[in-house]
Design a binder for this molecule. Structure first.
Ligand code: URA
Length: 301
C-alpha cells in the first residue's frame, strides 16, 4: 500500500511541477481507494505494526506475508558527473561515439532494470530545434528512444503542426535513464518520479554534448524538470513564472513550455493554445513560415 502511495505522491508532485493544478478523481476511484485503505488497516491491526510493516516493504491485503525487498525510491548517484570530451570528426561519428559512451556509462547502466535500456536523444544532427524533455518513461526505456509513449505521440503531432517531421528536429531528455521507484522483483515499475537534483546534474554533460554536436538555433524545454535541469534547480518557483519566455542555456536561447503530458491531462483549447503560442515563438525565431491557419490554431472555443 505504501508503495502505491509513494508512487501516487511522486506522480502528483510531477504533475504539479508541470503546471497541473487539479486532477479529477471519480467517486468509484475514491470508493476503491477507501476499500484498499480499510483492508490495509485490518491487516495491520492483525500484525505487529512496526516490524511487520517495514518502510518500503508493506504487507498487502492480498499477501499478508512480508513482501520481497524492493528497489529503493532513489539512490544517491555517489560519483561526480562525467567529463565528456567529444573526439574530433564529423557530426555522425561524434554522435556515434557519444551514444556508445552514454550506453556504456556504468552509472546509467546500473540504473536500468534488466531488459530495459539507457536512452539517448534522436533526430536530425542539423536540427534547428532541440526539444528537451525530462526522462524516459515506461515505453521509452523499452524502445530505447525518447518520447515514443503517449506524451511522445502528442509531441510528434505538435512538431507536425509546426510543419516539420519528427526526423527534422532533435529530441532528447535531461535524464538518460528512467528514475526508479520501489518495485518488487519481477514486477514492472508503475508510475514515474521526478529525477533528483543530483541525477539531473549527472546526466547534464551528456545533454550538453548532444547540444554541442547538433548546435541547434533553439532549445525547447518541455516542462518544469527540463527547465530546472537547464536553468538550475531552484532558479524559478513555478513554471508559470518562466513559461513562454526566452531564457539562455550555454548561450543558446531556450523556450520554456509545458510538457506534452500536461496537455494530455488538460486537453482544453486554453492549455493547447498556451503551448502553441510558445511554439509559434520558436517557429518565428528559427525563421519558419507561419500560415494564417497555424496562427489561429486553438483559438476557437
Ligand atoms: N517524458 C519525457 O520527458 N521524456 C520522454 O522521453 C518521455 C516522456
Amino acid at each position: 500500500m505504501r508503495k502505491i502511495l509513494l508512487a501516487l505522491t511522486a506522480e502528483l508532485r510531477r504533475l504539479k511541477s508541470n503546471g497541473v493544478k487539479t486532477v479529477p478523481v471519480s467517486p468509484e476511484t475514491i470508493a476503491r481507494l477507501k476499500a484498499v485503505v480499510d483492508a490495509q488497516a485490518s491487516v495491520q491491526a492483525a500484525t505487529k505494526p512496526a516490524e511487520a510493516v517495514g518502510p518500503l516493504t508493506p504487507a498487502s491485503p492480498a499477501s499478508p506475508t512480508p513482501a520481497a525487498p524492493v528497489v529503493p525510491a532513489s539512490r544517491s548517484v555517489g560519483v561526480a558527473p562525467p567529463k565528456v570530451t567529444l573526439p574530433s570528426g564529423d557530426k555522425v561519428s561524434q554522435m556515434e561515439w557519444l551514444r556508445d559512451r552514454v550506453l556504456h556509462d556504468p552509472v546509467c547502466r546500473e540504473r536500468v532494470r534488466p531488459g530495459k535500456q539507457v536512452v539517448v536523444g534522436v533526430g536530425s544532427l542539423d536540427a534547428k530545434i532541440f526539444f528537451c524533455g525530462e526522462a524516459p518513461g515506461a515505453e521509452e526505456e523499452i524502445q530505447g528512444e525518447p518520447f515514443v509513449g503517449p506524451a511522445g505521440q502528442l509531441l510528434t503531432r505538435m512538431i507536425q503542426g509546426m510543419g516539420l517531421k519528427r526526423e527534422e528536429v532533435y529530441i532528447g531528455n535531461i535524464m538518460n535513464w528512467r528514475p526508479e521507484l520501489p518495485t518488487a522483483p519481477g514486477r514492472e515499475q508503475e508510475g514515474n518520479r521526478p529525477p533528483t537534483a543530483e541525477e539531473l546534474k549527472y546526466c547534464l554533460p551528456f545533454l550538453e554534448a548532444q547540444l554541442q554536436i547538433v548546435n541547434p538555433q533553439v532549445i525547447v524545454a518541455l516542462g518544469s524538470t527540463a527547465a530546472q535541469g537547464l536553468l538550475g534547480v531552484g532558479s524559478f518557483k513555478t513554471l508559470g513564472e518562466i513559461r513562454g519566455r526566452w531564457k539562455l542555456f550555454a548561450e543558446r536561447p531556450v523556450m520554456v513550455t509545458y510538457h506534452p503530458s500536461y496537455i494530455l491531462r488538460n486537453a482544453s483549447n486554453r492549455s493547447k493554445r498556451a503551448i502553441w503560442e510558445d511554439l509559434l515563438k520558436v517557429m518565428e525565431r528559427v525563421g519558419l513560415a507561419i500560415s494564417e491557419k497555424q496562427q489561429r490554431y486553438f483559438l476557437e472555443k
